[in-house]
Design a protein around this ligand. Structure first.
Ligand code: ADP
Ligand code: ZN
Length: 223
């Protein structure tokens, strides 16, 4: 099963994808996490992506596609993947279609998440992430505080704030999203697999409820 998570930065893609991984037993593949890990480990890839990541610009398509295709060929993804953060441009979407076709696979669902901009900004500036690359638990210093300030509940590692999680950089990332990724909604609308969900405190629909709705949709679809 292949599920794609679309949506602006800070909308909750990663959180919803994480819950889906637990519910469906399909691994989450986050392009942002792959790049951040490479940066933390100072690999060749890390060096290449750093200037784009810190500015909140997109990493070039060629490089991104190569990295994700390599990841998709790894054995743990034989039965599928939840793609969180990829594709993000039309070129990436087209390449992914070609790639899946070669593998006799198809996209089962494209989840398009939206959220009011003020909630997005609030979520991102309050976001703290576990620095342990094998944990990566996400906290919110207002809504989901760790028990001990600055320390991960799950593994005891230090929490950090992403370098691109400042108001100014988030605004740029949202702009980049509107210009380059938003057109994918139309791209996928044509394939009839697009499913929209609004995540908002105002309607009491957060990541958990969104994930439940997605699982229900997939169950009904399979019947
Ligand atoms: P967010 O969705 O909150 O912006 P991500 O972790 O998905 O966070 O992405 C962080 C950064 O990683 C992006 O700003 C961009 O620089 C890079 N990136 C992630 N995925 C892609 C992609 N598919 N194509 C190009 N750049 C990407
Ligand atoms: Zn942790």
């Amino acid at each position: 099963m292949v599920i794609i998570m679309l949506g602006a930065p800070g909308v909750g893609k990663g959180t919803v994808a994480g819950i889906l991984t637990e519910k469906l037993g399909i691994p989450q593949v986050s392009s942002g996490d792959i790049f951040r890990k490479a940066m933390a480990e100072k690999t060749e890839l890390g060096e290449k992506v750093e200037e784009y990541m810190t500015k909140g610009e997109l990493v070039p398509d060629d490089l991104t596609i190569k990295v994700i295709e390599e990841r998709l060929l790894e054995p743990d993804l034989k039965s599928g993947a939840i793609l969180d953060g990829f594709p993000r441009t039309k070129v990436q979407a087209e390449k992914l279609d070609e790639f899946l076709k070669e593998q006799n696979k198809k996209i089962d669902m494209v989840v398009d998440l939206t959220s009011p901009e003020e909630e997005i900004l609030d979520r991102i500036v309050n976001r703290r992430i576990c620095s342990n690359q094998n944990c990566k638990a996400v906290y919110n210093i207002k809504l989901k505080k760790p028990k001990v300030e600055g320390i991960c509940d799950k593994c005891g590692s230090k929490l950090y704030q992403r370098e691109d999680d400042t108001v100014e950089k988030v605004k740029n990332r949202i702009k980049v999203y509107e210009a380059q990724t938003k057109p994918l909604e139309e791209y996928y609308e044509n394939t009839k697999v697009l499913y929209r969900i609004t995540i908002s405190q105002k309607i009491n629909k957060m990541a958990k409820e969104a994930a439940e709705e997605i699982v229900e949709y997939l169950n009904n679809k399979g019947e």
